[in-house]
Design a protein around this ligand. Structure first.
Ligand code: ATP
Ligand code: MG
Length: 150
């Protein structure tokens, strides 16, 4: 587990970019946190690091998912806030993401369909900034989380 203080929006984006550099096909990153804690900001930093700084990264609040072709692998950016029930994720391409990376806002909405091997990122308000807690679950994440923080 690692805890990071993110003093500004830029720090949140930068954490996303540092994560991006370590991603590989099949990874699942769950972005937990209340409304407005910076989940989409982190996703934007991550996606733009992979796809270029000009890439538009809208919040998938209404579409529930946004797909980026990548250069290296496709990436699915989910926002499950408005999901009615866990089973509805199947309509969003949930079962295709093994070929790429899944980045998931409001991951608890997927219930038991959330893959158990994943990186959990918990975001919360901390003064004027945010605090991120990174919790690796399953093989391969611990090392990468440690690298990210040094
Ligand atoms: N480290 C930070 N310090 C201060 N403000 C931040 C930080 N990171 C992000 N923000 C700001 O927090 C606000 C909300 O960010 P964002 O939309 O990413 O949250 P979210 O968690 O995706 O919200 P939602 O649950 O509605 O999807 C934005 O104005 C963003 O610029
Ligand atoms: Mg969001």
């Amino acid at each position: 587990m690692q805890i990071l203080e993110l003093a500004s929006d830029t720090d949140t984006r930068d954490l996303g970019a540092r994560l991006a550099a370590r991603l590989r096909r099949g990874d699942v990153v769950a972005l937990h946190g209340d409304l407005g804690t910076g989940k989409t900001t982190l996703a934007r930093g991550l996606i733009q690091a992979l796809n270029g700084p000009e890439t538009e990264v809208p919040s998938p609040t209404y579409t529930l998912v946004q797909v980026y072709e990548g250069p290296g692998f496709p990436l699915w950016h989910f926002d499950l806030y408005r999901l009615d029930e866990p089973g509805d994720v199947h309509e969003l391409g949930w079962d295709e993401t093994q070929n790429g990376v899944a980045l998931i806002e409001w991951p608890d909405r997927a219930g038991s369909l959330l893959p158990s091997s994943r990186l959990d990122v918990f975001l919360e308000i901390s003064g004027e900034g945010r605090r991120a807690r990174l919790e690796p679950r399953g093989e391969g994440w611990q090392e990468r989380v440690d690298e990210l923080v040094v």
